[in-house]
Design a protein around this ligand. Structure first.
Ligand SMILES: CC/C=C\C/C=C\C/C=C\C=C\CC(=O)SCCNC(=O)CCNC(=O)[C@H](O)C(C)(C)COP(=O)(O)OP(=O)(O)OC[C@H]1O[C@@H](n2cnc3c(N)ncnc32)[C@H](O)[C@@H]1OP(=O)(O)O
Length: 300
């Protein structure tokens, strides 16, 4: 099924028609076949699977800034679902193929001047991405090799472990307040689970974008490495996590994340309606338009 058709299906049903995000059987170790590498790709995400290690790398490739458009979100979910159902894959490293940018967050153009139906479709896709990634049975490691505001930061926060490249130009954080919008409760819950309530409270109110050292200091990322070592370090961390039996790690992950996941699952449609009423306000539309203009002016 093509991405737009899948997106429509997601909009109707609220889920991808590929399988179930919930109640999956525990993953089994990969079969002892000869070492093999596979790659598959769609327009937005490149996936390389090292079957001998049981590890895939998902590279975002949606220039200029890997913004999370409806197409991107749909293709991200398809790629993740494929890996989730592949017994040869036990862990996934998320990173970017676009230099200097991990992801610029939700595509603002999807939230400006569109119909109510479009907002609903888009928001369900954002929810789906988070539900699938946060509940993934695989080990998920974010190799943050560029700036990562808002939704980009959410992707990193949703992983099990975050490693960021030490580059003074890169920043990360949930900066929604700077755009005049409010981070949804499940963005906030994910953030609180990583950095704790006090840090999350001030960072969210200020819409802070943190430099790499600051992000490390507040626990937003687990470690910093020189850019050229990021890939190797992500692979080493993955090996460490995969050394444990899958079932124990998966059940522990579920125990730690269930309350936050259940909260969105229980209020999914209400959350879509909240998003629509919030984003449709003329004052919010004006803030978003001004923000986009500011981004464009910054260039000239
Ligand atoms: C009560 C509450 C109830 C419910 C909840 C309701 C609402 C919550 C709603 C939404 C939550 C949203 C979360 C988000 O993710 S919002 C997105 C936030 N993202 C940002 O603030 C990032 C903005 N971008 C940047 O800061 C920079 O672009 C950069 C640092 C990522 C990269 O800088 P560069 O200098 O390398 O590149 P630019 O020249 O700035 O950009 C190139 C190009 O890309 C366009 N662009 C950038 N970011 C986005 C984006 N997020 N969406 C769409 N387009 C983007 C930028 O305008 C340039 O376009 P042109 O080349 O000029 O056409």
């Amino acid at each position: 099924m093509a991405a737009p058709a899948l997106a429509r299906c997601m909009a109707r049903t609220g889920v991808l028609p590929l399988g179930q995000a919930w109640g999956r059987a525990p993953r089994l170790p990969p079969s002892p076949l000869p070492a093999q590498r596979r790659a598959f790709s769609n327009n937005k995400v490149l996936v390389e699977l090292d079957e001998s290690a049981g590890v895939a790398t998902m590279k975002f490739k949606s220039p200029p800034v890997n913004s999370l458009s409806l197409d991107f979100l749909t293709e991200f979910c398809i790629s993740l679902e494929k890996l989730e159902n592949d017994r040869a894959c036990r862990g996934v490293i998320l990173t970017s193929a676009v230099p200097k940018i991990f992801s610029s967050g939700l595509d603002i153009t999807e939230m400006c001047g569109k119909s109510t139906e479009h907002y609903a479709e888009f928001w369900r896709a954002v929810q789906e991405m988070w539900l699938r990634l946060y509940s993934s049975n695989m080990v998920t490691v974010a190799a943050v090799n560029g700036s990562s505001p808002a939704g980009g930061c959410l992707i990193a926060l949703t992983c099990d472990y975050r490693i960021m490249a030490e580059n003074p130009k890169f920043s990360i954080g949930l900066n929604e307040a700077q755009l005049g919008i409010v981070a949804p409760f499940w963005f906030k819950d994910t953030f609180v689970n990583v950095v704790g309530h006090r840090v999350a409270e001030s960072s969210l109110q200020l819409g802070s974008l943190h430099s790499a050292p600051e992000a490390h200091r507040i626990g937003l990322v687990d470690e910093l490495v020189p850019e050229e070592k990021l890939k190797d370090r992500a692979t080493a961390v993955m090996q460490q996590w995969l050394a444990l039996p899958d079932h124990a790690r998966q059940l522990t992950k579920t125990m730690m994340r269930k309350a936050v996941l259940d909260r969105l699952v229980a209020h999914r449609e209400e959350d879509v309606q909240n998003f629509i009423s919030f984003i449709s306000k003329e004052s919010i539309q004006k803030s978003l338009r001004m923000y986009m203009e500011m981004l464009k002016k910054k260039k000239s």
